[in-house]
Design a protein around this ligand. Sequence first.
Ligand SMILES: *Cc1c(COP(=O)(O)O)cnc(C)c1O
Length: 378
Amino acid sequence: MKPYLKRAWAEVSLSQLRKNVEIIKSLNSGNTKVMAVVKADAYGHGDAHIVRCLAQDCGINYFAVSNLDEAIAVRNFAPAAEILILGYTPPEYANEISMYNIIQGVVSTEYAEALAKNTPASIRCHIKIDTGMGRIGLKHDTPAQCADEIAEMMKIKKLSVEGIYTHFAVADSDAPDNIAYTDKQEKFILDTYDELASRGINLRHCHFMNSAATCYRNNSRSTLSRAGIILYGLHPDISLDIPEGLEPVMELKAVISHVKTVNKGDCISYGRTFTADREMRIATVTIGYADGYSRLLSGKGDILVHGKRCRIVGRVCMDQLMMDVSDVPEAKSGDIVTMIGRDGDDIITADELASLYGTIGYEIVCGISKRVPRIYID
Ligand SMILES: *Cc1c(COP(=O)(O)O)cnc(C)c1O
């Protein structure tokens, strides 16, 4: 028996990943290259296999991560890739950034100077502009003022500025005021780029598309599309469809450890939140909140058993949970069940689970814990 079949595991389909990449490439114009966002262990999918597949099989040469540790990991999996750190690196690590030939996102003049001070080598960077996300980046009232600061930053010795970028706050919404907001963000970064160009500063990169923008407002002037969630086949926002063919890459499975019949009046799990109102068949499953299957799904989540939906009953425990298999008489100890994924004609997605307790699919896949082995299939 394969060791992972004992308990809970995630199956990651590299062939589906490759299909998703092909679709994302087809959304982009020829000027735009895919920058695969593989932060947070490739959104919980496992960066080693995901990055190797993207680099070797899909020809992806640009990767984005959140920190230096992730960047160094990607450097090992894709020795020739361009790697951008979107988040903060303490300036004390400037030398490592140079050594591993990483590109750092730079959020202020002060930060750029601190980086330059901490390394004898040159530091490659893309300058982040805050055009409305309100998180990090240069913030100015006009593109001309923004260009002024960038032009000054470019004089910092050892700082090699290769591009500018910004991040959209509401590109995943089709509400008219949100579309107008994103229009303004996009115009600001493009005007800043053009202003620099008019002063003779021609940067190689200007990028602003995330997954949502890649799907809903693809713009050939973005040199990169920083695709995260759609690589993994999930929705930037559950309320908007994503292009045909983009499908989830990961499934989450576990096994039934025990099946029993309970009587009317019997209680299930901690807190006695569930009491059987009739004779029922209850199955115990080998997954719990320590695996990243949230306790907030207690009494709410469905699990696919032999292609049929079974409702969780009572509280999700740390390592186990119980479900009602009264309508699936063939369910027995040792059967494989599906928390996320397809079984027969039905499918449960991370996006669906997320909507049951007020979060997004991103948090579900990132939250599948280290205890759950990732198994790669083709
Ligand atoms: C995480 C992140 C992305 C990717 O976002 P998705 O919605 O997953 O495509 C792109 N750009 C920045 C700056 C990010 O932090």
